[in-house]
Design a protein around this ligand. Structure first.
Ligand code: ZN
Length: 423
């Protein structure tokens, strides 16, 4: 086993070196050190034992290609082979990011549903970009994700097992996150990553595992053979409407029991479909990342500030009541944006594109409490066209009235129209 000492210099491939400052942590694969690279603090992951040449070459390639998106704490430099092993350099994880596992144990919780939705969107987008680069993630689990509970920003770590699709890193993923076909011995690809993505999203929204219900609780001792059954050949979704053998257990799976009925119906329907026996057996029909992105955008379009209690609530259009205070919420004012419908209530922030930055804020007109305004939070000017054809520009930070029939040009790609029902 290879360990490094304070002050040691480790040479990097293609020149330069890092100086070891102190140990930050250790795991099964290696030790993470705080290092200095040309005066910059960085993290160095140093493997206990030298992995093989193909692993080294793959990692060197990933360094050269660069990160698929800002969601990844990607390897920035790789060291030369030395002292019986090697390692790679990455950015330090900022203080305000916490391991996803902490959210599952309720040691940390999202500040808001808005932050939760931002985290889901960032994870989806990260996977989409990863697959676009031709990679698959392989070893996905709750220890790879670090989340800022206030903003929902996500960093995906441990990217050393990321491989071109169709190649196997040789490091087995954790069974709880692997697709059934991988548990059975298959090679990870974008389809199996999509299964892992839906597991991660389920856990993000409901804080329990989608396949851990009564069957798993009844298991006397989790052996490899049982794991292969519960997460592979005999996996049953805890809310499978046609198979109630693995329902969540009261007192153990409280999070999902409490949240399942509260979160929007389209989310429930999606998980029931994605975790159905048919979908478990047909990896190629699993939902693509873009459609997860659309679903999350659609949930966010229905997440409003309740005008009565001031809390966030998802709105079920069939029964528009606040999840917190139970009072009726007036959702007659809307923004139509292509196929999307964004509900407008005072204090609600709107996300026009998928970048997790609010683009507009709904406010009350101080001169007329019955009239809502839309504030431009972007750096671009909008155009607002009245039904009679008058066009005005709405500069950054400026307000425009929420009036029926006004067409808003947010940018070249996004044009919307304000609709007030019963007008
Ligand atoms: Zn309320």
């Amino acid at each position: 086993m290879s360990e490094l000492k304070f002050g040691e210099k480790i040479s990097l491939l293609n020149g330069g070196y890092v100086t070891i400052k102190k140990e930050l942590g250790r795991g099964g694969q290696g030790i993470v050190y705080l290092v200095d690279l040309n005066g910059q603090p960085k993290a160095l992951k140093w493997y206990h034992n030298m992995p093989d040449a193909s692993f080294y070459n793959n990692l060197a390639n990933n360094v050269m290609n660069g990160a698929p998106s800002s969601a990844f704490l990607w390897p920035e430099r790789i060291t030369e082979r030395q002292k019986g092993s090697f390692g790679y350099v990455m950015a330090l994880r900022p203080q305000n990011y916490f391991e996803f596992g902490n959210f599952l144990l309720a040691k940390k919780s999202f500040k808001s549903f808005q932050a939760m939705m931002a985290a889901a969107m960032k994870i989806c987008n990260g996977f989409m970009m990863l697959h676009r680069f031709g990679y698959s993630y392989q070893d996905l689990n709750d220890g790879n994700f670090f989340i800022d509970p206030d903003t929902g920003d996500v960093l995906i770590c441990d990217n050393d097992n990321v491989m071109p699709q169709g190649e196997k890193s040789g490091i087995m993923g954790k069974a709880r996150y692997m697709a059934p076909e991988i548990v059975a011995g298959g090679i990870p690809d974008k389809y199996s990553d999509r299964f892992s993505l839906s597991v991660i999203l389920f856990m993000l929204f409901y804080a329990n595992h989608p396949f851990e219900g009564a069957k798993v609780v009844a298991c006397p001792c989790m052996t490899e053979a049982y794991e292969k059954k519960f997460y592979g050949s005999e996996a049953v979704f805890i809310y499978d409407p046609n198979n109630k053998t693995n329902l969540p257990v009261r007192g153990i799976h409280q999070n999902v029991i409490r949240r399942w009925p509260v979160m929007p119906a389209e989310l429930r329907d999606t998980f029931i479909r994605e975790f159905s026996p048919e979908m478990l057996k047909n990896p190629q029909s699993r939902m693509i990342e873009q459609n997860w992105g659309k679903l999350i955008a659609s949930l966010r379009d229905k997440l409003v500030i309740c005008p009565h209690c001031g809390e966030e609530t998802f709105i079920d259009e069939a029964k528009p009541q606040c999840m917190n205070c139970g009072r009726d919420v007036d959702v007659s004012r809307r923004l139509k944006l292509g196929l999307r419908t964004l509900l407008l209530t005072n204090g609600t922030r709107l996300f026009i594109d998928y970048d997790n930055t609010p683009d507009a804020r709904v406010a009350v007109n101080p001169q007329d409490r019955n009239m809502l305004l839309l504030q431009n939070l972007t750096k671009e000017k909008w155009t607002a066209e009245t039904p009679s054809g008058k066009v005005k520009s709405v500069e950054p930070n400026e307000f425009m009235p929420v009036k029926h029939g006004i067409k808003v040009g947010f940018n070249a790609a996004n044009k919307g129209e304000i609709i007030i029902n019963n007008q």
